[in-house]
Write a protein that binds this ligand. Structure first.
Ligand code: 13P
Length: 349
């Protein structure tokens, strides 16, 4: 059956293709002010708007970043910012061949009636904000829903409320000509095992696609940003790299329709090396067998080692950029299934 799409839908599909092209991935640099300040505090960096701006300048001016990164997710504060010399970050990204995106959720609050569970907010006024971001040059957006595993949770009420919001957000994005990244994150925190993470994530993704269908979201014009299937951080038995890769791909194959063009993982607090090794193992094992592109959309797993080098000092900028590029590049190698641990030791070109 021939399906004819509107110009708007064709533009969305073109954007998704560019975001998933080759062996590239996405860079999440959309930490809210609170999260960014928390990471700065841990690294001994002053928590001011100028330090945040300087850090984001360092990222967007990293030489050759566009060879590894196809899209960068910005935060509201960052999208208006510029370098010391007055060049808008959003323009620098475009010049580097990196598509600018924007986080549009407004964080989480306690879900009324469901102790220990959260709901993501930000749907009110979203169409107006999306129109403004589109005019500024953003071509994709991100919304993160958070699901916690603990005794008796997640509940059906929490999963349904969050996946419904994700689907409403996705529909609004597509109407605004913006590709939605839908991010249902099952958190790693907890003592649960791999199987529990698998069962929970599978359920969450089933409800998500049910809601996306109900809200008439075009699956060909979105990107799924899921967690990997891992043992909880405090679980006494940690699944190895191959098990994580197998469980993750099996879960996705059970729940993600083939119409979805791309899956881009969050790193969720795994070490940078593990996040790269897991992506690599998936490609080694399932090369040529997957219906969607499978790539990365990491924040911490790309930025953390670089942030620790920077320490807020000008003299460290070059080494920080080298580390950022190194981690991004290693993940592109992982997307080809060609990564090995010894590549960690030398900077790759
Ligand atoms: P992490 O890779 O640090 O999990 O961040 C990804 C992200 O965008 C969280 O919303």
């Amino acid at each position: 059956m021939e399906i004819s799409y509107s110009m708007k839908t064709q533009e969305l599909i073109t954007t998704v293709r560019a975001m998933m092209a080759g062996d590239k991935g996405l860079l999440a640099m959309d930490e809210s002010t609170t999260t960014c300040n928390k990471r700065f505090e841990e690294a001994g960096i002053p928590q001011t708007v100028e330090y945040r701006r300087a850090y984001r300048e360092l990222i967007v001016t990293t030489p050759n970043l566009g060879q590894a990164i196809s899209g960068a997710i910005l935060y509201d504060e960052t999208i208006y910012q510029a370098t010391k010399d007055g060049a808008l970050f959003i323009d620098l990204l475009k010049q580097a061949g990196i598509i600018p995106g924007i986080k549009v959720d407004e964080g989480t609050i306690d879900l009324a009636g469901f102790p220990g569970e959260k709901i993501t907010v930000g749907l009110d006024g979203l169409p107006e904000r999306l129109a403004k971001y589109y005019d500024l040059g953003a071509r994709f957006a991100k919304w993160r829903a958070v699901i916690t595993i603990n005794t008796g949770i997640p509940t059906r009420g929490c999963i349904e409320a969050n996946m419904h919001s994700l689907a409403r957000y996705a529909a609004m994005c597509q109407e605004a000509g913006i590709v939605p990244i839908v991010e249902p994150e099952v958190l790693m925190d907890g003592t649960h095992d791999l199987k529990k993470c698998f069962d929970t994530t599978e359920k969450v993704q089933h409800v998500l696609f049910d809601q996306l269908f109900a809200q008439k979201v075009n699956l060909e014009a979105l990107i799924l940003k899921p967690n990997m299937i891992m043992s909880g951080l405090s679980c006494s038995k940690q699944a190895d790299v191959d098990k994580v890769a197998e469980a993750t791909v099996t879960c996705l194959l059970q729940s993600v329709p083939a119409a979805v063009p791309g899956v881009a993982f969050l790193s969720g607090g795994q070490s940078p090396e593990k996040a790269t090794a897991h992506l690599n193992a998936m490609h080694v094992k399932y090369k040529g067998k997957l219906p969607w592109a499978l790539t990365f959309s990491y924040s911490r797993a790309i930025q953390q080692p670089a942030l620790e080098i920077w320490k807020g000092k000008d003299e460290n900028v070059k080494a920080t950029q080298q580390m950022l590029y190194h981690r991004a590049r290693l993940n592109t190698i992982a997307r080809r299934g060609e990564y090995s641990l010894d590549m960690e030791k030398v900077f790759v070109n």
